[in-house]
Design a binder for this molecule. Structure first.
Ligand code: ZN
Length: 260
């Protein structure tokens, strides 16, 4: 079983009637239901409002893949939790960032770039084009499919060059966007997927749900987590694999911790 946490900001569902009508159990509830339709996935939810946002060290240690949806409350996410999630990704946990999570702290932390884009909320038709045929994330999908209503997200998208561009989205107003992109960050696989504006029924769409399930399976890493992923040990001269003699000027004392 792929142990998956579906993280939701759970803000608009509590404050906006359109969103709560579309997603009576929260967007995170809808996404988790879609994932749990696959017998290989065991999805639970976590929200911003829970202690430690539902992402304690103990819970993350037993999580294979984390999905993240946030929009209006990115700033309320505790920096310590962001660093904790980043360390788990570097150690091998999969991460899927959805829609407005392009501006989440965790996505910006991992990308290291502004992650900005152009946008327009006009209910436009989006046509998603598969650009990497046979990629596991698009297994079972046609070469292109449409969403009748989506928020326009347009290029230029301020991300580093992706490892793979799996899908490109075209919008009725003429813009295009790298809608499905992958990265490797340390030992962790990261997938960003653009559709999912909260006032549209995007996460009820069958093709979108297929992408979510495929994405979780793609991001899953069966290897044990890398231990001490941020450690930077000072290896003593006498422990070198081949005999060496220290020479030249030195800044550090023998055995001193490195600067971080
Ligand atoms: Zn949106």
């Amino acid at each position: 079983m792929i142990r998956t946490i579906v993280w939701g900001e759970n803000h608009h569902e509590q404050t906006n009637r359109v969103v709560s009508d579309l997603y009576p159990n929260g967007m995170h509830g809808c996404i988790a239901d879609a994932l749990n339709a696959d017998p290989a996935i065991e999805a639970t939810t976590a929200t911003l409002q829970e202690p430690e946002h539902g992402l304690s060290e103990a819970r993350l240690a037993e999580t294979d893949v984390l999905t993240w949806w946030g929009h209006a409350r990115h700033g309320d996410v505790d920096d310590a939790v962001v660093e904790r999630v980043a360390a788990h990704v570097w150690s091998g946990m999969g991460l899927i960032c959805l829609h407005s999570a392009h501006f989440s702290k965790i996505f910006k932390r991992l990308m290291g770039t502004p992650c900005n884009l152009s946008w327009r909320e006009a209910g436009e038709r989006e046509r998603l084009w598969v650009t990497s045929r046979n990629h596991p994330i698009v297994a079972g999908l046609p070469d292109h499919f449409e969403l009748e209503h989506e928020e326009m997200y347009g290029e230029p998208f301020g991300i580093p060059e992706p490892m793979e561009t799996v899908m490109i989205g075209w919008f009725q107003g003429g813009e295009v966007f790298r809608s499905g992109v992958t990265y490797k960050k340390g030992a962790g696989s990261v997938f960003y997927f653009q559709p999912g504006h909260e006032t549209y029924p995007t996460y009820h769409d069958a093709n979108i749900q297929t992408v979510l399930r495929n994405g979780v399976k793609w991001a899953y890493n069966s290897a044990p987590r890398v231990l001490d992923v941020t450690s930077a040990p000072n290896r003593a001269v006498e422990d070198a694999l081949e005999p060496i003699t220290a020479r030249g000027p030195k800044l550090h004392e023998d055995g001193q911790e490195g600067f971080t």
